[in-house]
Write a protein that binds this ligand. Sequence first.
Ligand code: MRU
Length: 341
Amino acid sequence: MRTIDWATGTAGLDAGGPDTAGVAGFDAAGWIELVDQTALPGELRILRIGTVAELVAAIRSLAVRGAPALGVAGAFGVALAARQFAGDPAGLAAAVHEIETARPTAVNLARGARRAAALLPAGAHAVLREAYAVRDEEIASSEAMAVRGADLVSDLCGTRPRLLTHCNTGGLCTVTVGTALGVVGELHRRGALAGVIASETRPLLQGARLTAWELARWGVDFRVAVDSAGPFLMARGEVDAVILGADRICANGDVINKIGTYAHALGARRAGLPFLVVAPESTVDPDTPDGAAVDIEDRGAAEVTTLSDAVNPAFDVTPHDLVTAIVTDRRVIRLDRGERP
Ligand code: MRU
């Protein structure tokens, strides 16, 4: 991961390991540093974000993406805003709102920004401290989920399962380790994983570009499949469990995640496979009763095709009755046994 020494402002980049950061931190000069996920896998490029407008653009373009990374970026964004709009309360309030609403679906973004914004009356340093707390909690959550999730996968699937995952849920979308992909990494380290199928994740290929890049760095045996192949591969007996992340988990257990998740859940149910969602508690939203209440981002036609009109919802809703278990940093919620978040 990219590490920042807050005292000196120096940064170091560790080129190896499973922990490349989606968001590294806030350096002494007041920049947010993050991996530009639009440039991968071709280039490992670090973006230095110096203004709220740059951060909002990075969020909208998916240079920084994935629910936990968005929460951390939102919190650091408010720290940035506190400096940029010092002495301009109206400008500051507008900037915080811009950050919170840069993307609508992952609850973490608004949550991270609001947590940091609550400290604004205490001054810019207090806001920055809170942003670091948000980041550090995400790191701890990732580590806890990896262990808890790996234990559950081994319990449910026995030794060396073959897992199917969707979108990207590794260190890129958190700060280190990841959510569902963190579980994959932990199983790999334990020698308890046969291999992974990464669905490519149309239209922006978070699976084919980002998950494949992370799995290759970790030395995990993997293959990329087109999204629509998932249910067929499950039916053909090539998958032992589906494991993926979430952008929001509703009070009733409905799971909002990257478009294509619902189809994988249906395929898993049909094939009788566990369907596991790994997400931090910061993604569980008791204020959203169910999937119907969520603003599903529509990213417009251009990402799908420039040749004709298109519909491009970025997320979908997986009904809770298709989910076996939700693994968070504190709990295993067995939806299949009637438990709820
Ligand atoms: O549009 P994205 O790439 O931000 O969507 C990300 C996902 O859907 C991830 O699966 C989700 O954020 C979980 S990451 C822990």
